[in-house]
Each structure stands twice: as structure tokens, then as C-alpha cells.
Design a protein around this ligand. Structure first.
Ligand SMILES: [Zn+2]
Length: 342
């Protein structure tokens, strides 16, 4: 089978590799569509040496496909089922899994994320990670779940209801997913950051207030506060960058809830958190894949308008060159079409 493999930062090749066999509890999935996001670009470049420890290595996490082979003991799935994979594995029986918070599984065998790869014709997945797609959800729709799933988790924990206002830092793959999820919940979206076509896409998805930036790393919080002088009550940071976290806290009103999805040091002191009574929420993916699929199936959420380019697997190097290059500001979502009917 064909598979993309990284051999060095910026060096991705499509190679022939042996098709894997599913072990107990595993499923072999024929990958139909793969939508790269920021973590994949970080992996492609191995930014900061943080992502890849040894080469060659596969890539990709957000995908959909068709069940091609079942390992021993797999129940509830059948050959030919259309599926997407959840970000994290889980045991299904611990206290947090029983509470529906399987992204916080307590079983040590599952709570450390195993590296998923999907930029290949077939990939092995733990059966528990798979969600069956409603008929109305296309493979492309189902390859872009990570952003809305994170956002649904964040918005619920920020206790947001229809009509509430939320600031979303960043309009990359995760940010656009958050904007779409927010609009599906009828939230008033303040999209902060981004430039070029990406910022326009946030507006087309329904963000009511856009604060694009002219250059990477430009401080934008001051402009947001000119429009909203009291600050924002809820802010979701999606860039996992020092810049994004700084801007998120700068626009947060006293008493605000700030949801964080990635790295960067906190730009506030303990005392500032106390003085402003800030609520800081960590968001580790989410457990709401089934709900997001229902929002897509019912037509309330669609990221398809954000797809600006499609590539076949053989052209994956061109896709990553685009996503990592200066033109990325004008690229929404990119789909790698792998199976024949994606
Ligand atoms: Zn568990």
C-alpha cells in the first residue's frame, strides 16, 4: 500500500509499505479523506524538535474511511462501515469514561496518546476510537472533526448558551472549526487574528466580528478592546502559541473564562488570576464526536466551505509545502483524497 513518510523536516515522500494486519481490538481502516491541521504542519517541520524523535515516521490524525478488516474481539463494527477516528483512545469502563469524559480516561494503558497516522491508504485504529458516520455526513466532513470537537468541549465547560459572545483566537484549521461550532450553537463570535483568506473564511462561517492582523505576531488585543471596552467574558485560544495566549488573556474581562488548547506559558500571575477572578480551562480534545457528527448530519455545521484545496496522496509533498509556506494565510482547509470515492 502507499503511505506518506517523513524522512526529515520538510521531506515527505509517498512510499510502498506493507499493509498492516489488525491485532486484537484493532480495525484496519481504508482511509478516504485526511485533513491536515496545525499539529501536522508542526510535525512536518518538526518545529522546535518537539514532534519527531526518529525518522522515518508517518503523519496525520484527522481522517475518515471505511472499515476494511476487523481484529479479534471487535464488536459493534462491520466491514464497509463508514467511520472517523477519535483523537484519543480510552478504556470505556473507568470513572471518567462512565461519565462520558473519555478524553480523560483514567486507565494508564490508554491515557497516553499513541501516535495515530492516517496519510496512507490503510491505517490501524483501536476499535474504541471509531465513530460510525451518519449517512448524511461525507468523508470530507468527517475528516475535519478535531476543531469542532475541541470547541464543543470548551464551550460546554465555559457554560455558554445561545446568544452568548465568545472570542476565538486564531482562524487556522482549529480556529475555523471553533467558529463553525460556535455558530451551530448560535454564539456571537469574535474571531481574532489571522489574515488573508483565512480571516474572510471566519466571516463566511458566521463570525460577527473580525479582527485580522497584518503580520504574524501582531498585537491585536488593543483593537478588540476598542470595540469591546469591557473585554470578553469567554475566550477560546486555538493557536497554542505564545502570541495567541497573550492576546487571549489581554482581551479577557474580569470574571472571564479562558479555554486553552495547547502550549505556551501563562502570561498572567497568580495574583492577576485572583484579582480578575479568571477561570482557566484546559481543553484536551473532547468526547463529543457523536454530537458533532449529528450537527453535521442535520446541516447545522459544515466546514466544507473552508476547503480551498484538494490533493491526491501522490501530491502530499505539494500540500505540505503549501501549508507550511507563506501562502498558508490564503489556505483554508486542505483535503488529501486517498480512497477512490472520497
Ligand atoms: Zn477510561
Amino acid at each position: 500500500m502507499k503511505a506518506a513518510r517523513l524522512h526529515a523536516p520538510g521531506d515527505i515522500r509517498v512510499e510502498d509499505v506493507i499493509r498492516p494486519e489488525p491485532g486484537p481490538g484493532q480495525v484496519l481502516v481504508q482511509v478516504m479523506a485526511y485533513a491536515p491541521y496545525g499539529t501536522d504542519v508542526g510535525t512536518y517541520l518538526n518545529r522546535g524538535g518537539r514532534y519527531v524523535k526518529s525518522y522515518p515516521v508517518g503523519i496525520g490524525a484527522d481522517f475518515s474511511g471505511i472499515v476494511a478488516q476487523l481484529g479479534a474481539g471487535v464488536e459493534g463494527l462491520a466491514l464497509g462501515d463508514r467511520v472517523s477516528a477519535l483523537a484519543l483512545d480510552h478504556c470505556g469502563i473507568c470513572t471518567n469514561c462512565a461519565r462520558g469524559r473519555h478524553n480523560l480516561c483514567l486507565d494508564p494503558a490508554f491515557c497516553t496518546p499513541a501516535r495515530q497516522t492516517c496519510c496512507e491508504e490503510y491505517t490501524l485504529v483501536s476499535a474504541r476510537k471509531l465513530a460510525v458516520l451518519p449517512d448524511a455526513v461525507s468523508f470530507e466532513d468527517a475528516a475535519m472533526l478535531a476543531g469542532p470537537v475541541d470547541a464543543l468541549n470548551a464551550f460546554r465547560r465555559m457554560r455558554l448558551a445561545a446568544g452568548d459572545r465568545v472570542g476565538i483566537l486564531g482562524v487556522g484549521a482549529m480556529g475555523l472549526g471553533a467558529v463553525a461550532m460556535a455558530r451551530a450553537l448560535d454564539l456571537d463570535v469574535v474571531a481574532i487574528g489571522g489574515s488573508g483568506r483565512r480571516s474572510e473564511l471566519a466571516g463566511e462561517l458566521g463570525a460577527g466580528h473580525l479582527f485580522p492582523i497584518g503580520a504574524h505576531g501582531e498585537a491585536v488585543a488593543g483593537r478588540v478592546l476598542e470595540t469591546f471596552p469591557e473585554g470578553l467574558d469567554a475566550v477560546m485560544e486555538t493557536t497554542a502559541s505564545v502570541w495567541g495566549v497573550e492576546q487571549a488573556f489581554a482581551v479577557a474581562a474580569p470574571g472571564a473564562r479562558v479555554a486553552l488548547t495547547g502550549g505556551g506559558a501563562l502570561p498572567v500571575t497568580n495574583w492577576q488570576i485572583v484579582e480578575r477572578e479568571l477561570e482557566i480551562l484546559g481543553v484536551r480534545a473532547g468526547a463529543g464526536q457523536a454530537q458533532v457528527l449529528e450537527f453535521i448530519a442535520s446541516g447545522q455545521l459544515s466546514l466544507r466551505p473552508t476547503i480551498t484545496r484538494r490533493f491526491v496522496l501522490d501530491d502530499v509533498a505539494e500540500a505540505f509545502s503549501l501549508l507550511a509556506g507563506p501562502q498558508a494565510r490564503d489556505v483554508g482547509r486542505v483535503i488529501i483524497e486517498i480512497g477512490e470515492t472520497a
